[in-house]
Structure formats: structure tokens, C-alpha cells
Design a protein around this ligand. Structure first.
Ligand SMILES: Cc1ncc(COP(=O)(O)O)c(C=O)c1O
Length: 397
């Protein structure tokens, strides 16, 4: 059934209460399979739980053989509850506490991604204390990278990872501490790359960096995590990532001379929004419609406290996510340009500016697409003590 009709049925049945997120696990599965297919069986995928930790999404991805990228003990608890084991997990983040580093050791997390020399020293001490030998991968800030526009840039200062130019300072720590083993490297430049050629150009330079660092550390890496930053189109003018181009570029990369010396190295990527984003829809009900000095407004029961990303926090220039109307009574013949706002007394609580939609009435619903990633996890749910959004799925009644 077409998504608007499906949601209309669920809202009218009064079983599903707005505002809510709706997640379709079939879309999660399709996205996973599409990405897997484009990357070839040389790469395994970590799902970045930060984008959406919903239990159903985790269990679906686990059933497909996906691994998990986590960043906190809370995420670890959710991972274990969904049936993942430490062997399937990579723990990333520039500020891991002692408690978190201990959790990496005691839960047998396969790859602890270390982001500073001091963190490496702490982790080595903890591993020694627990008398365990732990794999570490070092998060690297390469000296240059291809930014989403495609041009090569020098890396700007950043509080993540360790600079490529500094990372060999870690060698002495590995040499001194037998409880840590350098398993490999981790790269993550940024999110929202929509050009497959640029993604793979970066992968290629990570390979050159890895080859140099193997020589510098005098080791063979077991693995490289290439990150990814696989984007999804949110705004007008953005196109979907071209997966057939991604596939071709990856094939060329794997055949290249640079990668031949890494033929036994495990390759990984990590991805959040590409897998979960298109699978989620945020649905809010129109409470009132009104005009102010000639401009139409629809005031809804959901907004910034449930879906901050759609409000535009984090964007330099606010743009609208894809929005559609679900008319509850008649199909209006006339369209109107309307600004869709949330219920808070915060002037930036705007879900859609000047959107052309069939004329909205109280009781109609507004659906924000591409909302499966960074919805509840990126929203100030405590602001104004407003209700949290409900979460339903294609498996909910
Ligand atoms: C280290 C790291 N990995 C993975 C991700 C997931 O990004 P995305 O959801 O855009 O795939 C992020 C996002 O901030 C990140 O910082």
C-alpha cells in the first residue's frame, strides 16, 4: 500500500498516536543489501548505532550479518540486548571514559578504536590490569582528503583521531605493552558524501596511507576500517548515491596496484544514515492552521523536541527535508504554500518552510521523509518536557 494511505489508516484507527516515527525494516534490509552488493564481498559493514538504536533495526541488521559500530556503554547494552557479541562490535569515540575502556576489555570488543596517544596508554594499562591481550585500531586523520565537492584538501585540525603525521609516536607504546596489539587503522572523515567517486578516491588514499604506516610500524595490518560517510538525499537538488558507480569504483580500487599488498587485510566500512535514514518517516498531526500577515502556517503536535534534524540544527542554511501531507478527510483540490511548525515557543521550531502541499486542515498529518537516522537520537527530548515521539514499525499492530 502507498505509504500515505498506510499511515492514514494507522492514524485513523487511533492505534498510532502522533507525533511518531515509523520505521520500515524492509527498507533497512534493502539498503543493507544494496550497500553490501556495491562494496563486493571484500568489505564487511558496521552499522553506526548512533543513527538509530531501535531494537528492531538492530535485530534486522544482525540477521543480515551486519556488524555494529558503537560509541557508549548505553549503546553496548542495546547491542547485547539485540544479540550482538563483542566479536561483532567496534567501539569508536574520541573521549572514552575509563569505564568505557574497561567495558571494551571485559566485553571482548573486537576492535577498540583509539583516538589519542593518551587513550592508547590508558587502554594498555587496563588491558594489562585485566591480563587480556586486546586488539586496537588507530583512528587516523590523513594529511589530505577529498571533500564532498571533490577537490583534495589539507586536513583541518580536528579533535578526532590521531594525525597521520603524528601516529608513529604510538609505536613505542605498542613496543612496550604486550597487552595491546595493533590490528589496523580506522578512518572516518565526515558524513554525507553523495559522490561515489569521491568516496572511493578517499579509500584509495587511505590505502596508500596504510601501506606507508605498515612500513612505519613494521607490521602487517589485520584490518582497515574505511569509514564511509555514505550519504542520502535530504534536500532539493541532491541525488541518491550512485551505487553502480560505487561498485565500479570499488572494483577498480580492489584491482589496483596500491591494494594488492593488502590482499589479505580485512576491509570494513561503517554506515548509519544510509541504512536507517530512508527507512524512517516522522509523522505529526496538524493542530491548527492560521495566517500571519499573509503567510500560511500549520501548527503541529511534533517539532524540534522530537525531530531536531528536520528543524535544521546542524545545517548552515536551513532547508526542508522531503515533506508530504496525509489528508484525513477529503483530498483538497487546491495546493497552498504553508510553513509547518512545531508546538514549542521556540522561533526556530520549523519543520518545513514555505512548502507547497494540498491545503492542510486540523487533523491532517504531515510526514517528513528520510527521518530514520538522527531522529530521536539527535533531538532535545527534555526541552519543555514535551512528550517523546512514539515509535512504530512495519511489525507493529
Ligand atoms: C566515527 C563515525 N562513524 C560513523 C558515523 C555515522 O555516520 P553516518 O550516519 O553519516 O553514516 C559517524 C557520524 O557522525 C561517525 O562520527
Amino acid at each position: 500500500m502507498e505509504i500515505s494511505n498506510f499511515l492514514k489508516q494507522k492514524i485513523s484507527s487511533q492505534n498510532w498516536k502522533t507525533p511518531f516515527y515509523y520505521y520500515d525494516f524492509n527498507i533497512v534490509e534493502k539498503n543493507f543489501r544494496d550497500l553490501e552488493n556495491s562494496l563486493s564481498n571484500r568489505f564487511k559493514i558496521f552499522y553506526s548505532m548512533k543513527s538509530n538504536p531501535h531494537h528492531g533495526i538492530l535485530t534486522k541488521l544482525k540477521s543480515l550479518g551486519c556488524l555494529l559500530d558503537i560509541s557508549s556503554i548505553g549503546e553496548l547494552d542495546r547491542a547485547l540486548a539485540a544479540g550482538f557479541t563483542g566479536k561483532e562490535i567496534s567501539f569508536v569515540g574520541p573521549g572514552k571514559s575509563q569505564e568505557e575502556l574497561i567495558a571494551c576489555v571485559t566485553n571482548n570488543i573486537e576492535y577498540t578504536v583509539i583516538e589519542s596517544i593518551q587513550e592508547l596508554e590508558s587502554f594498555a594499562a587496563i588491558a594489562k590490569n585485566y591480563d587480556k591481550i586486546k586488539k586496537v585500531c588507530l583512528r587516523i586523520n590523513p594529511a589530505t582528503y577529498y571533500h564532498p565537492g571533490g577537490a583534495a584538501r589539507n586536513m583541518s585540525p580536528v579533535h578526532f583521531g590521531i594525525d597521520e603525521t603524528e601516529v608513529l609516536n604510538a609505536k613505542v607504546i605498542f613496543d612496550k605493552n604486550k597487552h595491546i596489539v595493533l590490528a589496523g587503522l580506522h578512518f572516518y572523515l565526515q558524513s554525507q558524501f553523495l559522490d561515489a567517486a569521491v568516496i572511493v578516491a578517499n579509500f584509495k588514499s587511505f590505502i596508500s596511507c596504510a601501506v606507508k604506516l605498515e612500513a612505519g610500524f613494521n607490521t602487517k595490518f589485520e584490518m582497515i576500517n574505511f569509514g564511509g560517510g555514505f550519504g542520502i538525499p535530504y534536500f532539493q537538488g541532491q541525488n541518491k548515491l550512485d551505487l553502480s558507480l560505487l561498485k565500479d569504483e570499488i572494483q577498480a580500487l580492489l584491482k589496483s596496484e596500491e591494494s594488492s599488498s593488502l590482499k589479505d587485510t580485512l576491509f570494513f566500512v561503517e554506515s548509519g544514515r544510509f541504512l536507517s535514514g530512508p527507512a524512517g518517516f516522522f509523522v505529526t498531526k496538524v493542530l491548527y492552521t492560521k495566517k500571519s500577515y499573509g503567510k500560511n502556517y500549520a501548527v503541529c503536535d511534533g517539532g524540534i523536541t522530537q525531530h531536531q534534524a528536520a528543524v535544521g540544527i546542524g545545517q548552515i542554511l536551513r532547508r526542508n527535508f522531503p515533506i508530504r501531507a496525509v489528508k484525513m478527510k477529503e483530498d483538497s483540490k487546491t495546493n497552498e504554500v504553508v510553513t509547518i511548525v512545531g508546538p514549542s515557543c521556540y522561533s526556530i521550531d520549523i519543520l518545513g518552510s514555505d512548502v507547497e502541499l494540498p491545503q492542510l486542515m486540523p487533523g491532517d498529518a504531515v510526514v517528513i521523509e528520510q527521518s530514520g537516522a538522527y531522529g530521536p537520537t539527535f533531538s532535545p527530548e527534555n526541552f519543555l518536557s514535551r512528550p517523546k515521539a512514539n515509535e512504530y514499525t512495519n511489525e507493529s499492530e
